[in-house]
Design a protein around this ligand. Structure first.
Ligand SMILES: Cc1cc2nc3c(=O)[nH]c(=O)nc-3n(C[C@H](O)[C@H](O)[C@H](O)COP(=O)(O)OP(=O)(O)OC[C@H]3O[C@@H](n4cnc5c(N)ncnc54)[C@H](O)[C@@H]3O)c2cc1C
Length: 427
């Protein structure tokens, strides 16, 4: 009998196992594939994930993978670009791009060191029930029991289907992505988190561990078939590569590069979350909340769910709080830390190509980093005399620009107790 069985050894399952085993819970992880498993992803993560890894004591191991710390932004829009440092707003003012199998391996080793049992190539086929309470899992010719079963089994979660977890939010599929690994991409003078905005496309480029680069193309969902080309999953790479090479500055970066992987196409990127807790079961990571990769938050959110499990499960297993209270505490923590951000962030995925006038303005701003900084922090003030709806628009532009450039929050027009520009520090 285990305290907790975790179905899935991806980042959500591995991080949950690491935290729960450290608290002394008898923990079993079952994954249907060989671990660590690769995942289709762009792999970027920033300060909140770095802080989590540091608290777990594995940040040194992650940095030793060779993935260069990305301490700068590189933003390209319609031929203009901005390059600047990430401001030291936190103790970890950089991003990393570490392939998922590398990251999961480090987390699984940490879990195993603290006593978690890891079983790979071990598919869970069904849940075991006592009335309406989940009491274990079963596979082909085996079964195991536990106080709680955690479904960390990804976006197609079998656990969520078998417990009939209610959909609590679903905004559908808004965008699709194609990505591949490359080597010998012409580097920038210093490694940066690169974002490219070209018409209706968004691109992310980053150097990761193993001397590889990941190049991701995000497009509106309706472009999926066309970009997929003739390959079943876009493996022929034709449309993906043609789209990249049609951007002159990207073509220059890829001139000496070679693609080292198939092109992975993802056309079913729903933006949704489900009810995450019930008698004897919990959902974590993508099984709870799946979102478009442009949020760049899948890993951070997986760690949030792991942390919420670590905060609420041990007292429930020990009988210090009743199970209904523990379920509610978990559901409420997830909604605060993950669900709300998904609901509020969806507007950021509706990317309209800039109009010619806007493009000229953006190009001008990006060509002058000092002006970009001024605009990001003061443009809402500059437009203070406008009618409220236009002022709100410019406030959003200022907030978004500050966020994208990694700058302190923009000044808030009309706020009675507003801090002076630049005084705020984002969490
Ligand atoms: C194209 C793309 C790009 C992305 N880019 C980023 C990014 O840059 N930054 C970021 O933070 N996030 C990104 N994400 C999101 C991120 O990859 C996911 O949020 C994250 O991988 C979720 O981890 P998970 O452990 O919940 O699920 P998964 O990684 O899917 O792991 C689930 C595990 O469960 C196992 N499993 C499933 N069913 C069973 C079963 N029945 N029995 C046993 N085992 C089972 C699977 O084998 C798998 O190992 C991206 C996603 C995509 C699709």
């Amino acid at each position: 009998m285990y305290d907790v069985i975790i179905v899935g050894g991806g980042v959500a399952g591995a991080a949950s196992a690491a935290l729960l085993a450290r608290q002394g819970l008898r923990t079993l992880v079952c994954d249907r594939t060989r671990l660590p498993a690769p995942a289709v992803s762009t792999h970027f993560f920033g300060p909140s994930v770095l802080g989590f890894l540091d608290r777990l004591g594995v940040l040194g191991e992650v940095l030793a993978t060779g993935a260069p710390p990305l301490r700068r932004w590189h933003l390209e829009i319609g031929g203009g670009y901005y390059g600047g440092p990430m401001l030291p707003r936190t103790a970890y003012p950089y991003n990393l791009c570490v392939r998922r199998e590398t990251l999961s391996a480090i987390l699984l080793r940490s879990a195993a060191r603290d006593g978690a049992e890891i079983r790979e190539r071990c598919s869970v086929r069904s849940l075991e029930w006592d009335g309406d309470t989940v009491i274990g899992v079963a596979g082909d010719g085996w079964r195991e029991k536990a106080h709680v079963v955690v479904g960390a089994d990804g976006r197609g979660s079998l656990v969520s289907r078998q417990v009939k977890a209610a959909a609590t939010f679903d905004a559908g599929v808004l965008r699709c992505t194609f990505h591949a690994y490359w080597r010998d991409v012409a580097p920038l003078p210093a490694p940066a988190l690169e974002l490219w905005h070209e018409g209706e496309y968004l691109l992310q480029v980053g150097p990761c561990d193993g001397d590889q680069w990941v190049v991701m193309l995000s497009a509106p969902a309706q472009n999926f078939r066309e970009l997929r080309g003739t390959g079943k999953q876009g493996e022929d790479g034709g449309a993906y590569e043609r789209t990249l090479l049609a951007i002159p500055s990207m073509a220059a970066r890829l001139r000496t590069a070679a693609r080292t992987s198939p092109v992975y196409g993802s056309g079913q990127l729903r933006n949704c979350h489900r009810h995450p807790a019930g008698p004897g079961w919990r959902l974590a990571g993508d099984a709870y909340c799946h979102k478009d990769p442009l949020f760049g938050a899948g890993i951070a959110d997986s760690f949030q769910t792991a942390q919420a499990l670590a905060d609420t499960l041990p007292p429930a297993v020990a009988g210090d709080i009743d199970s209904t209270t523990a379920e509610r505490a978990y559901a409420s923590a997830l909604d605060d830390r993950v669900g709300q951000r998904l609901r509020e962030g969806l507007d950021g995925l509706r990317i309209d190509p800039p109009e010619p006038g806007q493009l000229a303005w953006i190009r001008g701003t990006l060509a002058h980093p000092a002006l970009a900084l001024e605009m990001a922090q003061h443009c809402s003030e500059l437009f203070a005399g406008l009618p409220p709806d236009r002022r709100e628009f410019w406030q959003q532009v200022a907030d978004r620009t500050a966020e994208v450039l990694g700058l302190p929050p923009a000044a808030r027009v009309g706020a009675e107790t507003a801090d002076p520009p630049g005084a705020g520090v984002r969490a």
